[in-house]
Design a protein around this ligand. Structure first.
Ligand SMILES: [Zn+2]
Ligand SMILES: [Zn+2]
Length: 298
């Protein structure tokens, strides 16, 4: 299944007409090749080697009429599910802060829900023997208690998940129309694979968790997988591919999210730089610093 990298014209068509926008948004959405890396050519086993993605240009995104935050539904809720043991889990508060900066929206934590009991019956994975929760049970639970001001509710968990009996596992699952999703960080911990937790692994686990949260939550706004640049919204088939994705959006995806949420791009980048620096994501913070300078230029 051949994937062809988009050429200059395809990229400009994807971003769309910027001429009517304020100058700062024009700068933010200009596909600057010095700052935004091209989408990697897929190798065997990579997402684009296996999946045929439909290109979603900015205009196609607008035409999809996906959910947008409004006066009624404007809060992203995170629902911790089960234990987040401090020594081998990402900090929930750091995830909340990251999401709040990334989406420039209110992000609130719901009281943690226990995974034991009748609500979430578990199974033992037939191959690995580890405990797993059925995603459908979690989505039904979230749907039954959707807060009236929720743009979406996302359960996050360190438990491993499966979507149906015949599957080995799944990283997560969502229903856009029901505004609910569930994501597991269990498989982002090297210890899950029997590997040692090397020094600095807390930063690695937090980075992976922030990345999956931002990627999956962006899907809730109707963004599909990006086929234009090396981008947070690239599809990913395995951990190495997921690690290769940046923590930021390309200009096409940024324009989609900004159109949906209507945030101030400079204020968002400034908040994100601070959060990334604080979290120890120094490469990303440096990248944001360059972007901020660029947007401020006269
Ligand atoms: Zn995705
Ligand atoms: Zn993108």
């Amino acid at each position: 299944m051949g994937f062809t990298r988009p050429d200059e014209k395809a990229i400009h068509d994807a971003v769309g007409d910027l001429s009517q926008l304020p100058v700062q948004l024009q700068r933010a959405f200009t596909p600057d090749r010095e700052i935004f890396a091209p989408i990697p050519t897929p190798s065997a086993g990579d997402w684009l080697a296996i999946h045929k993605e439909q290109d979603q240009t900015f205009e196609k995104f607008k035409a999809s009429r996906s959910n947008r935050p409004d006066a009624t539904r404007h809060v992203i809720y995170l629902q911790p599910l089960g234990e987040f043991a401090a020594e081998h889990s990402p900090s929930i508060e750091k995830l909340r802060e990251f999401a709040a900066a990334f989406f420039a929206m209110d992000v609130k934590l719901l009281p943690p829900a226990p995974t034991d009991g009748a609500k979430f019956p578990t199974r033992r994975n037939p191959l690995t023997g580890n405990t797993q929760i059925l995603t459908g049970d979690v989505l039904n639970f979230l749907k039954s208690a959707l807060p009236p001001d929720a743009f979406c509710v996302l359960a996050i968990t360190m438990e491993d998940l499966y979507p149906e009996a015949s599957w080995n596992f799944v990283f997560g699952q969502a229903s856009l129309s029901d505004r609910v999703g569930v994501y597991s960080f269990a498989r982002y911990d090297p210890a899950f694979y029997g590997q040692s937790r090397a020094p600095g692994y807390e930063t690695l686990l937090l980075r992976r968790s922030c990345k999956v949260l931002a990627h999956e939550t962006s899907h809730m706004f109707g963004l599909t997988h990006c086929t234009f640049f090396n981008c947070l919204m690239n599809g990913s088939n395995h951990l190495a591919e997921s690690d290769r994705r940046p923590l930021h959006l390309c200009p096409v995806c940024l324009r989609k999210l900004q159109w949906s949420i209507e945030f101030d791009v400079l204020a968002r980048y400034t908040a994100l730089e601070q959060i990334n620096r604080g979290a120890g994501f120094n490469d990303e913070a440096d990248w944001l610093k360059v972007r901020i300078q660029k947007l401020r230029q006269e």
